[in-house]
Design a protein around this ligand. Structure first.
Ligand code: FAD
Length: 193
């Protein structure tokens, strides 16, 4: 019995379609199996994106990888250094003539830190430090000097060396900003603001 010509055309299309699918499914991005930096050359063939009926998204294995391996806890010391960097940089950027709102903001910021700083023992200690040394933020110089003295109170309590506060501007300069003055905080032009 002779073959139906239509059947042969359909079979040819099926073959082409299968070949295309194989080609596309091989378009995968090989990437390291883990995010550690030890030059491990093992690669995963799990595609980042796959052609399937489900949405193109991170594959399940890479999602669970991020959930389980990506979170590196920081130590109390790292947290402290990062926070002091933020605070002293704020001190360096603080306007010479802050507005009433800016003075209020830094006082509140310190009060908030003493409640919610993510190291309870440090937060509790900082509450006592603030009680004994109320925030002084009448000008950039006043605020950065207050921060320096306050940091020294913490340094002393931890048995660390105190920092010479006359050198605070040399240690903590203004933010390295691409456009000059673009990062400056706008202060007040009128003294009573
Ligand atoms: C609000 C707050 C409260 C903290 N309380 C505690 C606590 O109760 N117990 C605890 O174990 N840790 C506490 N820490 C962390 C602690 O202060 C240090 O950050 C941490 O021990 C790391 O110290 P470090 O020697 O690396 O330098 P850091 O004290 O973190 O200082 C960072 C850098 O700032 C410069 N610096 C040092 N002193 C001054 C200063 N006076 N003025 C200007 N610049 C200075 C130095 O160049 C130094 O390298 C606290 C941190 C903060 C922000």
């Amino acid at each position: 019995m002779s073959e139906n010509p239509l059947q042969s055309i359909v079979q040819t299309f099926e073959k082409i379609s299968q070949n295309l699918q194989t080609h596309f499914s091989q378009l995968v991005v090989s990437r390291p199996n883990s995010l550690n930096h030890n030059n491990n050359t093992t690669t995963s063939t799990t595609p980042l994106f796959s052609i399937s009926n489900t949405e193109s998204t991170l594959s399940e294995s890479s999602q669970s990888h991020f959930k389980t391996n990506n979170a590196q806890p920081v130590s109390k010391e790292e947290l402290g250094r990062a926070t002091w960097t933020f605070l002293h940089t704020l001190g360096a950027q603080f306007p010479d003539k802050p507005t009433r709102q800016q003075k209020k903001d830094v006082k509140e910021l310190m009060a908030i830190l003493s409640r919610i700083y993510p190291c309870k023992e440090c937060a509790d200690h900082f509450k006592d430090v603030l009680r004994a040394n109320p925030v002084e933020a009448g000008s950039q110089a006043e605020f950065s000097q207050w921060l320096c003295r306050t940091h020294n109170v913490v340094n002393r309590s931890l048995g660390k060396l105190v920092f010479p506060c006359e050198r605070v501007d040399a240690r903590w300069g203004k933010l390295d900003c691409e456009q000059p003055r673009a990062c400056d905080l706008q202060g007040s032009t009128v003294p009573w603001q």
